[in-house]
Ligand binder design. Structure first.
Ligand SMILES: Cc1cc2nc3c(=O)[nH]c(=O)nc-3n(C[C@H](O)[C@H](O)[C@H](O)COP(=O)(O)OP(=O)(O)OC[C@H]3O[C@@H](n4cnc5c(N)ncnc54)[C@H](O)[C@@H]3O)c2cc1C
Length: 489
């Protein structure tokens, strides 16, 4: 036990019920902590983490829907991590736990209202990683080597190797082998990966946390963090919410995703909020198209994912409403705003924030449409909607799970950097290890830290309004809803 939390009945307040907060809450409760409260300004008990209410059958009335990076229709679940063996191990553990959560649903052990025992959260429909050029990317070579180390070489399929392809077909992944025309590009199929229904998974996780005894206060001023409570010794003793109510806590954990860097300014130069761009193509009522893009017939995929601003694409099979989602992260956009302390920090701006935005940068839309034209022409005439989705990048792409220096009683769990969702079932174990002062293989990467002078960051952060990644300099798509006519490219 750390000196910050003396017993399992110590009070712990988590601010933020996204992936980091939910996972922390579940694992605290599973390890026997009995006084855990999770606060979130969004009404997840009503919105069920749905980004768009019109896509759901529930009538949400005037409620706005959710808008954090966690609230989404689907997210990629992969264990391929190139040379980063530690994340591969963590992701393989997460996949095993996703399967357990599927099992909890199937066997009726945990079935939130609105779910049935025939539902699944994780879908193992595999991932095709495509890269321009015939030479396999170093990342894929490293992944194959590291999968070999743990006896999983056969899960990686070089689509230019006939023996590998025959193995994939024999395992039932022929649909993924044939999904794209890849004769002129390097492509590797990972048969152990796929996607999760993200909003459903978070709804499930929130239900699980509450069932384990976690108290959730969600939606409106009663759950919106306003400021920290601090005693005369400088210890953080909880938070005050926007309704003026104090929530005393022995330990406060800030897990506010894209909002964390502006709420906890000590994160300057360690974390910054940046946006990925997402396009959603609505399939028309056409059985052939619905069949083609069904998860059992179409894989999760990525294209030139680490190749800069003209690449960085990934996509999914259709969801139950016939939506095919394609994401672009070739450029991570920022929204620098001057804050009360005079410093400029990027802050999330979405369809649901006060200053709403419904468009994405034109550049992102062009790269997405270029891919659609070349690889998925069936989507050209589909109605397309778009949105910005906010990451919290750290400068080295590792999470930040640690106590805040010089602030006894305060911890942070953030820095998902675009790859945190897959760890919803297991990330919290490591947060609790940190709280309890236990050593584990991961925490060394997630320490509070700063970039050494002269060192090159993995992610350039806090470049301010002068950066060409700033939304201030981006031409935006003109409408929220527009047909993807290629003539407009
Ligand atoms: C476009 C995009 C695509 C991604 N794709 C993948 C993927 O395919 N696979 C993968 O593994 N990961 C992916 N990620 C990363 C993953 O989504 C994130 O790492 C993860 O969801 C971050 O969770 P979080 O809890 O840190 O933040 P969030 O999900 O942002 O949650 C933070 C919560 O804090 C709350 N909050 C904020 N301010 C306050 C306040 N003042 N008071 C109370 N509550 C507050 C918010 O309402 C929110 O619920 C993607 C991210 C993006 C943006």
């Amino acid at each position: 036990m750390s000196p910050q939390v003396e017993s399992k009945s110590s009070s712990i307040v988590i601010v933020g019920a996204g992936v980091f907060g939910l996972s922390t809450a579940i694992h605290l409760a599973e390890r026997g902590y009995t006084n855990v409260t999770i606060l979130d300004k969004q009404s997840y008990q009503d919105s069920h983490y749905a980004y768009e209410k019109e896509r759901h059958t529930t009538d949400y009335g005037s409620l706005s829907c959710s808008h954090c990076s966690t609230a989404d229709i689907n997210k990629i679940i992969r264990a391929a991590y190139g040379s980063q063996f530690e994340y591969q191990t963590l992701a393989l553990d997460a996949i095993a736990k996703w399967k357990k959560w599927n099992e909890e649903l199937k066997t009726g052990k945990t079935v939130p209202p609105g779910f049935s025992t025939s539902d699944a959260l994780f879908v193992n429909n595999s991932t095709v990683t495509m890269t321009t050029g015939l030479e396999m990317d170093q990342f894929e070579k490293d992944t194959i080597r590291n999968m070999d180390r743990v006896g999983l070489r056969e899960t990686q399929v070089n689509l230019h190797n006939p023996q590998d392809v025959a193995r994939a077909r024999a395992k039932g992944f022929g649909f993924a082998v044939d999904a794209f025309s890849t004769s002129n590009i390097s492509s590797v199929l990972d048969t152990q990966s796929g996607f999760v229904y993200a909003d459903r998974a978070c709804h499930f996780a929130l239900h699980k946390a509450q069932k384990l005894g976690v108290k959730a206060i969600l939606g409106g001023s009663k759950s919106t963090f306003s400021h920290f409570l601090e005693n005369a010794d400088g210890k953080i003793t909880g938070v005050k919410t926007a309704d003026g109510v104090s929530h005393q806590a022995d330990l406060t954990i800030m897990a506010c995703g894209g909002w964390t860097p502006s709420l906890l300014t000590q994160l300057d130069n360690l974390c910054e909020t940046t946006a990925g761009s997402v396009a959603m193509f609505q399939l028309p009522q056409d059985k052939a198209l619905w069949d083609k893009f069904a998860p059992e017939n179409f894989p999760t995929w990525s294209y030139d994912i680490r190749r800069g601003k003209y690449g960085g694409l990934y996509g999914f099979a259709r969801d139950p409403n016939g939506v095919v989602k394609i994401g672009y992260r070739g450029t991570k956009f920022t929204n620098p705003q001057t804050q009360a302390d005079g410093a400029s920090r990027s802050v999330p701006v979405t369809r649901w924030t006060q200053e709403a935005i419904r468009q994405i940068p034109l550049m992102a839309s062009r790269v997405i449409k270029g891919f659609v034209r070349d690889y998925l022409p069936e989507l050209i005439d589909c109605e397309m909607t778009s949105r910005l989705c906010w990451y919290t990048d750290s400068y080295d792409n590792h999470f930040v799970i640690d106590f805040v220096p010089d602030h006894h009683g305060l911890m942070v769990a953030t820095g998902g950097s675009g790859h945190g969702f897959k760890f919803l079932p297991n990330l919290g174990e490591h947060v609790v290890d940190r709280i309890e002062g236990k050593k584990n293989d991961y925490l060394q990467y997630w320490n509070w830290r700063s970039l050494e002078k002269g060192a090159k960051p993995y992610n350039s952060i806090m470049e301010g309004v002068g950066s060409d990644r700033s939304l201030h300099h981006q031409a935006m798509t003109s409408l929220d809803r527009f047909a993807t006519q290629l003539s407009r490219l």
